[in-house]
Design a protein around this ligand. Structure first.
Ligand code: AFD
Ligand code: MN
Ligand code: MN
Length: 431
């Protein structure tokens, strides 16, 4: 039915009622504290209400490791069910109105209908992701030795063609970004000529670039390792920006928080890329070792705050425009993916809000006068504020739930879907 949301809006509203009085008093108290610091809570609330982050369609299913994947009953098995789950998430947290699809995983026969289906659920589409890191049944040329950088011209052509098809699909569903992440790389020293492999990648990427419609961007996502373990073609932000600069103005870099060596200063990478007008997107997650897919803010929320601090600086001083595609990119191996995304969206919104509270004037003045301790204290003061009431207020005002995970559990959505949806097979698989 048109405009039909998966959860009953009245139920969300009713669930909020017992909390509204406390929320108002928590918000008022925080607003008063902020006012003493010269911060207008209403202005912050307005900014927070406009903040959004996309959900990856594949993040709605249970992920796994290369050892195993443990599916849960009721998880989605196709794009239609994934959209339903995304709509549930959006209904509850109200900051995830767009879905980033992945092809061919989300392939359908009618994309105009898919766009309408999403629209009816209150969703739009974000960046389109291509997949040339695995072969599809009956594929004419294998990606076993790489895709855009393969030594096999047939495999390269296939990968280029697939990316161009993704752009075409994206046009039909209302996207304007193509995110290109390739698994290309090597596992042995000497396996490939590292320079020539990059030449081939650049040549293929240029063919995709030339198919970009007006107003479109090609987002290059770097990753230090995995699935290749000795080298990857676009391994770091240096390779990424060089490739983006060579391709042209529509090519930008996408930073995935988890795709770096441990302890790398990612906030500095954000600032660097922005300095050259090349920051096009950001994938949120967290990591502890070499992993790249834990829930946002679960390990190092302070780093997430520092990243947002740079993103806000960038917003205030846009160079070449600043309009990054924000997406959550996580693998939910041990939780219900909907709960993980709700929790992550909250963590992301918290760090964004804290970064908004940074007294920019004081920070810049401390930087100008080399007052190191005061500069640091400005950040510390913003980071230590509990911004929960602002985020909850924005969410409730937008029709979301005061307690998204609680409301989700109460809805018994997963339980109901477990009765309706076909079960997912066992197996390994990182998504
Ligand atoms: C893989 C990569 C990367 C990418 C995603 C979608 O690690 O994060 O965004 O696949 O292609 O998980
Ligand atoms: Mn990513
Ligand atoms: Mn990743």
């Amino acid at each position: 039915m048109k405009g039909q949301r998966p959860l009953a809006a009245e139920q969300i509203g009713e669930g909020n009622i017992p909390h509204l009085k406390n929320l108002q008093s928590d918000y008022d108290h925080l607003a008063e504290q902020l006012d003493r610091r010269g911060v207008d809570a209403a202005a912050v609330l307005k900014k927070v209400s406009g903040f959004t982050v996309a959900i990856p369609s594949w993040g709605t299913g249970r992920g796994g490791t290369r050892f195993a994947k443990f599916p849960i009953a009721g998880e989605p098995t196709n794009i239609h069910e994934k959209l339903q789950d995304c709509a549930v998430i959006q209904q509850l947290c109200a900051i995830t109105p767009r879905v980033s699809p992945h092809f061919p995983w989300d392939k359908v026969s009618d994309y105009v209908a898919l766009r309408e289906e999403a629209d009816d659920l209150g969703l739009g589409f974000d960046a389109v992701n291509s997949n040339t890191f695995q072969d599809q049944p009956g594929q004419a040329h294998t990606y076993a030795n790489g895709s855009l950088s393969s030594t096999d011209a047939g495999a390269r052509a296939l990968a280029v063609e697939h990316n161009i098809e993704c752009i075409e699909i994206g046009r039909q569903i209302g996207s304007r970004d193509l995110t290109v992440w390739v698994g290309d790389g090597t596992n042995f020293p000497g396996q490939q000529d590292l320079g020539k492999q990059l030449d081939r990648y650049l040549d293929s990427a240029a063919q995709i670039y030339s198919a970009l419609p007006d107003g479109w961007r090609m987002l290059l996502e770097h990753k230090m390792f995995e699935p290749a373990f000795y080298s990857t073609v676009i391994s770091d932000w240096g390779s990424s920006i060089l490739a983006a600069q060579e391709l042209g103005p529509k090519a930008k870099c996408l930073v995935d928080l988890g795709h770096h060596a441990p302890n790398v200063n990612i906030e500095q990478i954000v600032a660097r890329l922005h300095r050259f007008g090349k920051l096009g997107g950001f994938h949120f997650n967290d990591s502890k070792y070499g992993d790249d897919d834990l829930d946002s803010g679960s390990i190092n929320p302070h780093q997430l705050f520092l990243v947002f601090n740079e993103l806000i600086e960038a917003e205030l001083e846009p160079r070449n425009g600043f309009d990054p595609a924000y997406m959550i990119d996580q693998s939910h191996n041990v939780t219900d993916p909907i709960e993980s995304i709700l929790s992550s969206a909250e963590a992301i919104a918290q760090c964004y809000t804290k970064a908004l509270l940074v007294d920019r004037g004081a920070l810049h003045e401390a930087q100008r006068t080399n007052d190191t301790m005061m500069a640091f204290q400005v950040l510390r003061r913003a980071y230590s504020v509990d911004v929960g009431p602002i985020i909850a207020m924005a969410r409730v005002n937008a029709g979301g739930a005061y307690d998204p995970i609680g409301a989700y559990r109460q809805s018994e959505w997963r339980l109901r879907k477990a009765q309706e949806r076909r079960s997912v097979g066992l197996g390994a698989g990182i998504v």
